[in-house]
Design a protein around this ligand. Structure first.
Ligand code: RB5
Length: 148
């Protein structure tokens, strides 16, 4: 992934808002640009309103990859994965984040804000951005994912 040459799309609902803000600052401090698709406060909201534009930015190539955050991660993952060009992976530890890249060529990392500490989320983001796709047999498998 050429994640440092393009923006990383990021979105959350109210449950993921604080972690989203922390990750934006973390990435920007490292010189990695982000595009924030909201939400913009802790006021209760609906995750699809933010997941769809975030997914579209990754699908179009405007952003190289993305991060989606909600309370459990499930609502974000379900919505993001409705987009044919998106492979959004719900991850809860570093090894799964690495495998989501290596085996699944995931292009959006989904985080369950209510179940992981921010310190772990940052480690997972680093692992996700630094791990290349393994290709090979995994290429054949991911090519079979889209509905035809
Ligand atoms: C919000 O309460 C919660 O339902 C949402 O963040 C997410 O976990 C849904 O999948």
């Amino acid at each position: 992934m050429t994640q440092t040459t393009k923006k990383i799309a990021i979105c959350s609902d109210h449950a993921g808002y604080e972690l989203k803000q922390e990750l934006i600052a973390y990435l920007n401090d490292k010189g990695i640009a982000t595009e924030d698709f909201g939400t913009h406060s802790t006021e209760s909201c609906d995750y699809p309103d933010f997941a769809h534009p975030c997914a579209s930015a990754v699908e179009s190539g405007e952003c190289c990859c993305g991060i989606g955050i909600c309370g459990t991660g499930n609502g974000m993952a379900m919505t993001l994965n409705k987009h044919q060009g998106i492979r959004a992976a719900l991850c809860w530890d570093v090894e799964i984040a690495k495998l989501a890249r290596g085996h699944n060529n995931a292009n959006i990392l989904v985080l369950p804000a209510r179940f992981i500490p921010a310190s772990l989320a940052k480690e997972m983001v680093d692992a996700f951005l630094d791990t290349p796709f393994d290709g090979g047999r995994h290429e054949r498998r991911i090519e079979k994912i889209p509905c035809r």
